[in-house]
Write a protein that binds this ligand. Structure first.
Ligand code: GLA
Length: 669
């Protein structure tokens, strides 16, 4: 007998539909209608008390849980699970008024004022103590409440306050450095302080990388980024320890992977979570926002070690914080949501339930818009709810991928430091470029940390991994040696973990694997383009590549290095390692990566704009097909289509803009 699929959150069932709910913004008379409509929409998990601090602790020595008690009971009576915020997301005015020293300070010494949110220094012992006191109260009161399914620690930790340069942070930074280096000699060596007379003679001399006249010390900047991620993680851990002592309910917090926020190294955070939760908003500043949505889903699944995860927030339509806040087209909400499910989400939650009428988020979309239930949004929410019901048997299944892309927050920090060969080489752009090419080739990608075991994959992609440890580079070599295929792109392998250049020729750590050696970089001028003899074009970068055993696949025909190799391929052990010495233009990159992937035995597709992902489990193989195009698209498949509840014989047409989920025939019981 087949086992029941494992649900993501104990006490829930099927695919979760959920939302943030801020009842403190509403008259209690509205609460009952809210709960009734939540039931109508099939909402099964509600995050409350996320910004509740000022409500439940109106003064330093006073707690008032009456409102929260009532809300919890209302939700409980309706059978709705609770994702209970610890309430520490934003300190109330009384705390910063009493303790202005908790307010964070910027790199040029400016202290932020209260009045927004998250205005605290992550290293502040005063803040941590106040947060710990609140969490203790909340966990004591609700830690075994039958409606509480999940602990939602704080909110998007480090979203606004990740980097604080105040004196308290400086002291904490010194403590962190002492623990890491033990001796000043070791620190001076790691930071290369022989340069510009920067040598430290006492720990007290060391500061955070506050604003300097000239460029600062890169080693200091990199360690400060690591320290800052650790400090914010410590804010999570302070709460987590209390919750584990007082409650057995699973603990998590909402990550912000990926988009533009890069301050947290979530590879370090992930092991502390009972389940991985992510927030995702379409970024309309990107050329194709839904490609980045897919990447964010894949990163989140990578953090979850391939297991299902929870989308803790997305929007039904517009947000309020982009320069122009675009709404979603009809059907886009369903496509976005089921893309997250396709990529491993077993729950889809939203910010927020009811659109605010006050505050800076009053023009942010919600499940229940200002217009009420007589609205397109509400109808699409009900449609999503039905769709999640009809595909619920995918719960617990896992995404199948033959390709790994190595992604590193540390390399992101290091690559984007100043004083580099070209300010146009930005880490995330390079990740997006390679991911986009694979997305367009219909290839599902697992996102893995540097050093991950790659043995289950056919192809490993390494975008501009400027900073890499010896062992991390060796993991790529071992994979290729054992028969795998790797694609490494320019500005990879350049420095070690201390941002110290690997000498003897570029690309340092990957020289042997790639069979190339370059003695000089030749980045292009702003907006520059370079042509290759295979008809492709590149941007940003060239370098004087000398093959040392590799085969030249394409050479530059113009630019600073006409006639010199641009793309090489090297046999290494039983496998093949490709090097791309320029940023190939999108279409050329897509064509090349499609060929390389196909050669490596990866299934590729040539229908641009149609996304296909396979989730597999004991209950079957589930093919997600998301048609982002304006034309219908037909795929060859046999089985049963779950969204429309139709048998599929041989082929299925996915209407323009629609999503279908097919349980494959061979996997039907
Ligand atoms: C983040 C926060 C929410 C809300 C939304 C708006 O995800 O966690 O509180 O501000 O952004 O998009």
């Amino acid at each position: 007998m087949a086992k029941e699929p494992q649900v993501l959150i104990p006490g829930t069932e099927g695919l979760v539909l959920g939302c943030d709910y801020n009842p403190e913004q509403w008259d209690p008379a509205v609460w009952e209608e809210d709960v009734r409509l939540m039931t109508e929409a099939g909402v099964s998990l509600v995050a409350i008390n996320v910004f509740g601090w000022a409500q439940i602790q109106p003064a330093a020595d006073r707690f008032d849980f009456s409102g929260l008690d009532r809300i919890i009971e209302l939700l409980h009576e309706a059978g709705i699970g609770i994702n209970l915020g610890t309430g520490t997301a934003s300190p109330p005015p009384w705390l910063s008024a009493r303790h202005p020293e908790i307010l964070p300070v910027s790199a040029d010494g400016l202290r932020a004022w209260p009045g927004g949110r998250q205005a605290y220094c992550p290293s502040s012992p005063v803040f941590r103590e106040a947060a710990a006191r609140l969490v203790t109260e909340v966990a004591t009161r609700y830690g075994s409440h039958p409606a509480v399914r999940l602990w939602h620690v704080s909110n998007e930790l480090g979203c606004h306050n990740a980097l604080c340069y105040c004196d308290v942070s400086a002291e904490a930074f010194r403590g962190w450095l002492r623990a890491k280096y033990e001796t000043l000699d070791a620190l001076n060596a790691a930071w290369g302080t022989a340069f510009w007379s920067q040598r430290y003679g006492a720990w007290e001399e060391i500061l955070p990388p506050r604003r300097t006249l000239s460029s600062g010390n890169p080693g200091q900047a990199l360690d400060f980024a690591r320290f800052s991620s650790d400090e914010v993680l410590e804010c999570f851990l302070v709460e987590e320890r209390i919750l584990r002592e007082l409650s057995t309910i699973p603990v998590t917090t909402n990550f912000m992977a990926t988009a533009h926020i890069r301050t947290q190294d979530y590879w370090q955070w992930a092991p502390h979570m009972d389940l991985i939760a992510n927030d995702h908003y379409l970024d309309h500043r990107l050329p194709v926002p839904h490609q980045e949505l897919a990447l964010a889903g894949d990163i989140t699944r990578g953090l979850a070690g391939g297991r299902p995860w929870l989308l803790m927030e997305q929007s039904t339509g517009a947000v309020n914080w982009q320069p122009r806040n675009l709404s979603k087209a009809p059907g886009e909400l369903l496509r976005n949501s089921l893309t997250h499910v396709a990529r491993g989400a077993d729950g889809i939650c939203f910010f927020q339930w009811r659109a605010s009428v006050q505050g800076t988020e009053k023009f942010h979309s919600a499940l229940l818009p200002h217009a009420g239930t007589e609205s397109r949004t509400w109808r699409e929410v009900l449609e999503l709810s039905r769709a999640l019901q009809s595909i619920k048997e995918v719960v617990g299944t896992e995404v199948v991928a033959d390709v790994a892309l190595i992604f590193s927050w540390e390399a992101w920090w290091a690559t984007d430091l100043d004083s580099h060969p070209s300010e146009d080489v930005r880490y995330l752009d390079q990740v997006h470029a390679l991911y986009r090419a694979l997305w367009e080739a219909g290839v599902t990608v697992d996102i893995v940390a540097p050093g991950a075991d790659l043995s289950g994959y056919r192809l490993a992609v390494v975008p501009s991994l400027y900073l890499v440890r010896d062992a991390e580079a060796a993991a790529v070599s071992a994979f290729v040696e054992a028969g795998g295929t790797a694609v490494v792109t320019f500005f990879s392998g350049i420095v070690d973990e201390n941002d110290r250049v690997r000498t003897g020729g570029y690309p340092g750590a990957f020289r042997d694997l790639l069979g190339v050696r370059a003695d000089e970089f030749f980045p292009l001028a702003a907006g520059g383009r370079v042509a290759l003899d295979d008809g492709s074009t590149g941007r940003l970068w060239t370098e004087s590549i000398e093959p040392t055993g590799s085969e030249v696949v394409a050479s530059f025909t113009d630019g600073p290095l006409p006639g010199r190799p641009a793309i090489t391929r090297n046999r290494f052990g039983g496998g093949t390692a490709w090097y791309l010495g320029t940023a190939l233009d999108g279409e050329h990159l897509r064509v090349l990566l499609t060929e390389i992937a196909a050669e490596a035995g990866v299934t590729v597709s040539t229908t641009p704009g149609v996304e296909r992902v396979l989730r597999r489990g004991e209950h079957g193989d589930f093919h997600f097909i998301i048609n982002h195009t304006a034309t219908d698209h037909t795929v060859a498949l046999d089985g049963y289509e779950l969204v429309t509840a139709q048998p599929v014989a041989e082929s299925l047409t996915i209407p323009a803009g629609a999503v279908r989920v097919v349980r494959a025939a061979e996997s039907e019981k």
